[in-house]
Design a binder for this molecule. Structure first.
Ligand code: DX5
Ligand code: ZN
Length: 220
């Protein structure tokens, strides 16, 4: 299972060191949470920070766009160094076209679903994706509690992928910590995002990544 620490919970005063710390802990991807104050009630970062993260690491940058009309900014984020670009199904009336645009720009497309959004909404584009993101909190803030019903949705996402014979990563985002990472992996997640559990770990971000890795291996 891959671990993608979310820099949303990092100290942006020393972002590069904060990225190096999770890299040293064995992180697989770096998760970057982009929020626009419209699609979600919070504002975070734009392509400039993606560029700074790009300079800090060679790990894949997993850029999660929680923004309206994401097709307007795909160029900017891929140009800044995003490897994986995830858009929200709720923000894309022309989802197939948006996914296609991401692929044509040379990045790997992902689609995220809010907790209240049924899996069926991605069925028709599933074969075109590298990643499906099951949101296990309502997006907008780090440090929220994992919504228990998400585990069943992860399981159903895995079943759907098998039914369609599609190979893609199943990422779970929100509230993942040492108490639920085994259950999340067991349900079929291949990537977990963790912000507060990693950057808020009492022994530092590297230890935060290692703790999740140990638990996922033993419980999963
Ligand atoms: C939620 C973001 C998540 C979140 C992860 O809107 O997409 O990536 O910040 O942080 P934790 O692990 O603290 O829930
Ligand atoms: Zn995210």
């Amino acid at each position: 299972m891959k671990i993608a620490p979310s820099i949303l919970s990092a100290d942006f005063g020393c972002l590069q060191e904060q990225i190096h710390a999770v890299e040293e802990g064995g992180a697989d991807w770096i998760h970057v949470d982009v929020m626009d104050g419209h699609f979600v009630p919070n504002l975070t970062i734009g392509p400039l920070i993606v560029e700074a993260a790009r300079r800090a690491t060679e790990l894949p940058l997993d850029v999660h766009l929680m923004i309206e009309a994401p097709h307007r900014y795909l160029d900017a984020f891929v140009g800044a160094g995003a490897d994986i670009v995830t858009v929200h199904v709720e923000a894309c009336p022309h989802l197939h076209r948006t996914v296609d645009q991401i692929r044509k720009l040379g990045a790997r497309p992902g689609v995220a679903l809010n907790p209240g959004t049924p899996l069926d909404t991605v069925r028709e584009v599933m074969a075109d994706l590298d990643l499906i993101v099951i949101m296990s909190v309502n997006p907008g803030f780090g440090g929220q509690r994992y919504i228990p019903g998400s585990t069943d949705k992860i399981r159903r996402a895995r079943v759907l992928a098998e039914e369609l014979s599609v190979e893609l990563e199943i990422e779970v985002d929100g509230g993942v910590d040492s108490r639920n990472v085994g259950e999340v992996q067991d349900a079929g997640a291949t990537v977990v995002v963790a912000g507060s559990a990693v950057y808020g770990h009492p022994h530092g971000p590297g230890a935060g990544v290692r703790a999740l890795r140990d638990l996922s291996v033993h419980q999963g």
